[in-house]
Design a protein around this ligand. Structure first.
Ligand code: MRU
Length: 377
């Protein structure tokens, strides 16, 4: 095992996959219980995503792909042609994409797998070749995600350090969970925080509770404590006061879908944090892999925002605990909001940092074209 393999093994893992078997860390039970659940097929994968056993844009895309990989690995018989196999896979992928609507990573992974199996089917003589190609591509997604997150961490930490002209250590506020639990490992925005810590320039990470599902207090706090990163938990409503007190140098969050102009859908509350940061003159960064970019849409207006059960507000523990709200109250529970590009200072990807260059929007399509043209893509 190479150096990278050794490092990766130290990472907290929410997705355990090995040769046709898939287990997910049940994130609904964290931080009190560490329980893994078996995922045997796409039906299990769909349920795990929609019920939040696993969550976070990259993690749900990888889970969907691997749940299908497990299903086809364990198929006893398949009496069909390569085209039938490609159709079987496409139908399962359409079903998996319907589990949660906002994160584009899920539909991006499904589109890539569909394109691949159609291409393989066109030249294959047996259905098995199509299945095998799909399994291998899903496995590669799991492997690639960690490397991509480490690159985001590296670019982000370097960029934030450059912006800190007085060379003080940096205190960063983050929202929701964008770490190992939301990805294959290391994380996006939390990956930048990890990288700042590893390079000795992090003063402190602040994480919000992230009501109503508490991804911040249950999951991000768990990861920060796990990695011995100096960190403080705040109520979502304390963020503006924390900024006013001068305790935050930068805000960094993840993304579920970034439009071509840079408008970004992320966990509900992100927009409020961006507005508070703007008011206090604090830079606001988004960290996300290119798989979170939806360059087919021009702005955030076109993003479908998932609305979740009223239970998440009426009860404790993201809807799984006891009732706390008055019976009879009506509830609006959007899981995400859209932060306009105008209040985002920069977007950190695994291929570099995208800036607005004094304009009101990001040229994401131009960035992607440049990346594609470079040999490293
Ligand atoms: O509802 P969730 O927990 O899936 O929402 C997660 C987020 O909003 C994350 O910030 C986003 O998916 C990026 S995860 C690297």
């Amino acid at each position: 095992m190479g150096t990278d393999g050794v490092e990766q093994d130290k990472l907290l893992r929410s997705i355990r996959y090995k040769d046709g078997s898939l287990q997910l860390l049940d994130q609904r039970k964290l931080p009190l219980e560490t329980t893994y659940v078996d995922i045997r097929d796409s039906k299990d994968g769909w349920a795990a995503i929609s019920e939040m056993v696993v969550r976070g844009a990259p993690a749900i895309a990888i889970t969907a792909s691997l749940s299908l990989a497990v299903e086809i690995s364990n198929l006893r018989t398949f009496n069909g042609t390569p085209s039938d196999a490609a159709l079987f896979i496409s139908n399962k992928l359409d079903y998996l994409v319907s589990s949660r609507p906002t994160a584009v990573n899920l539909s991006d992974a499904a589109t890539k797998l569909k394109e691949l199996v159609q291409k393989v089917a066109a030249n294959a003589s047996e259905a098995q070749a199509v299945f095998q190609a799909c399994i291998e591509a899903a496995e590669i997604m799991l492997e690639d995600d960690v490397a991509s997150n480490k690159a985001i961490g590296h670019f982000g930490a370097r960029f934030l350090q450059k912006q800190q002209t007085d060379r003080r250590k940096i205190s960063v506020l983050t929202h929701c969970n964008t770490g190992s639990l939301a990805t294959a490992g290391y994380g996006t925005a939390l990956g930048v925080i990890r990288s700042l810590h590893e390079t000795g320039v992090l003063e402190r990470a602040y994480c919000t509770e992230t009501r109503p599902f508490n991804q911040g207090s249950r999951l991000t706090a768990f990861e920060l404590v796990h990695d011995n990163i100096p960190a403080t938990l705040i109520a979502d409503s304390a963020a503006a006061a924390l900024m006013k007190a001068g305790r935050v140098d930068a805000v960094i969050v993840g993304a579920d879908r970034v439009a071509a102009n840079g408008d970004t859908a992320n966990k509900i509350g992100t927009y409020s944090l961006a507005l508070s940061a703007l008011h206090h003159g604090i830079p606001f960064y988004v960290a996300a892999p290119l798989t979170s970019i939806d360059s087919s849409i021009s702005s955030g207006e076109e993003i479908v925002i998932e609305e979740r059960s009223a239970k998440e507000l009426l009860r404790t523990h993201g809807g799984m605990g006891e009732q706390v709200a008055a019976s009879g109250i009506s509830v609006w529970n959007p899981a995400f909001d859209v932060t306009p590009a105008t209040v985002i200072s920069a977007i950190v990807t695994e291929k570099g940092v995208i800036t607005r260059e004094g304009t009101d929007s990001f040229d994401i399509r131009g960035f992607i074209e440049k990346v594609a043209a470079s040999s490293s893509y």
